[in-house]
Design a protein around this ligand. Structure first.
Ligand SMILES: C[S@@+](CC[C@H](N)C(=O)[O-])C[C@H]1O[C@@H](n2cnc3c(N)ncnc32)[C@H](O)[C@@H]1O
Length: 265
């Protein structure tokens, strides 16, 4: 069975025509082996200690090309998984993956989900929550059933002394008047619970560090661009300002917040 892409009759509240994954070429750059490893690692860290969940449906919200969805299918095979994303090119890539053939994919915005209330036992946002508008929280709470679980991984605002992070921080400082506030800087771990849409019980809240090594700064910049990070921070993804990237092996640290919360019954 091939997955189907269901159009959201409500429509997207947000113009993604200029977003990091707006066209087929950007989705192609995103959907590479290095990113599969990175997002898969994040997902593994996120689901550690989660479940077992009751039978039902699971929602991978902001599923992109399906890296986390693959991990969710393996970790919780008894749930019926659905992926939702606002980018049609990303969903088109997920549709072509045999490993996702049992997953139904839905083209919708997190802020306007086309599902009835209480449809899901679990909603997972693996490095996607920070792209949504705040109203997505109300939608998550609406579609989760009582006792349902919400699992989130999100980038944390954190100083790191790794060479790649210091280089990016210098770029941020130089271009501080132009970088975008919303998605750019992440949240602090102690602010993460404030992302929760309502009165939920927190079972896990912790920060982890994931380190990556790149052959040189150009490779780091290209990876950050493919993940939408440069666009999130600077509002564009022009790699030209990054020509002074450090040479030689470059380390980069991602500080990531992990949250497990449950709707009170
Ligand atoms: C970092 S990528 C995907 C990460 C994916 N969860 C994974 O682990 O592979 C973030 C995704 O969020 C999606 N996205 C951004 N804003 C969205 C919104 N308002 N509603 C739904 N999806 C959105 C983007 O299209 C993109 O595919």
């Amino acid at each position: 069975m091939r997955p189907s892409i269901v159009r959201n009759p409500v429509g997207s509240e947000r113009d993604v025509s200029v977003g990091p994954w707006c066209d087929g070429e950007r989705a192609r750059r995103y959907d590479c082996a290095g990113n599969r490893h990175f997002y898969g690692t994040l997902l593994t860290r996120l689901v550690a200690g989660a479940g077992p969940f009751p039978q039902g449906r699971g929602l991978d919200l902001g599923c992109g090309s399906g890296f986390a969805t693959e991990g969710l299918l393996q970790a919780f095979p008894t749930l019926a998984w659905q992926g939702v994303d606002v980018s049609a090119p990303m969903l088109a890539r997920a549709t072509r993956k045999p490993a996702l053939s049992a997953v139904s994919l839905c083209h919708a915005a997190a802020e306007a989900l086309p599902h009835v209330a209480g449809s899901f036992a679990v909603v997972v946002c693996n490095f996607s929550w920070h792209w949504f508008q705040p109203s997505a929280g109300e939608e998550v709470l609406r579609v989760l059933r009582p006792g349902g679980w919400f699992l989130v991984s999100a980038p944390l605002r954190h100083f790191s002394s790794a060479e790649g992070n210091r280089w990016l921080a210098r770029r941020l400082h130089e271009r501080r008047r132009s970088f975008r506030r919303l998605a750019s800087q992440g949240v602090r771990i102690e602010e993460m619970a404030q992302l929760l849409p309502g009165d939920m019980r927190i079972h896990r809240l912790e920060s982890v560090v994931i380190e990556e090594r790149f052959p040189d700064g150009r490779a780091l910049a290209a990876t950050l661009e493919s993940r939408g990070s440069l666009q999130a921070i600077f509002g564009d993804s022009d790699l030209e300002p990054f020509t002074d990237a450090p040479a030689g092996g470059v380390a980069f640290e991602w500080h990531v917040g992990l949250l497990h919360a449950q709707v009170r019954t």
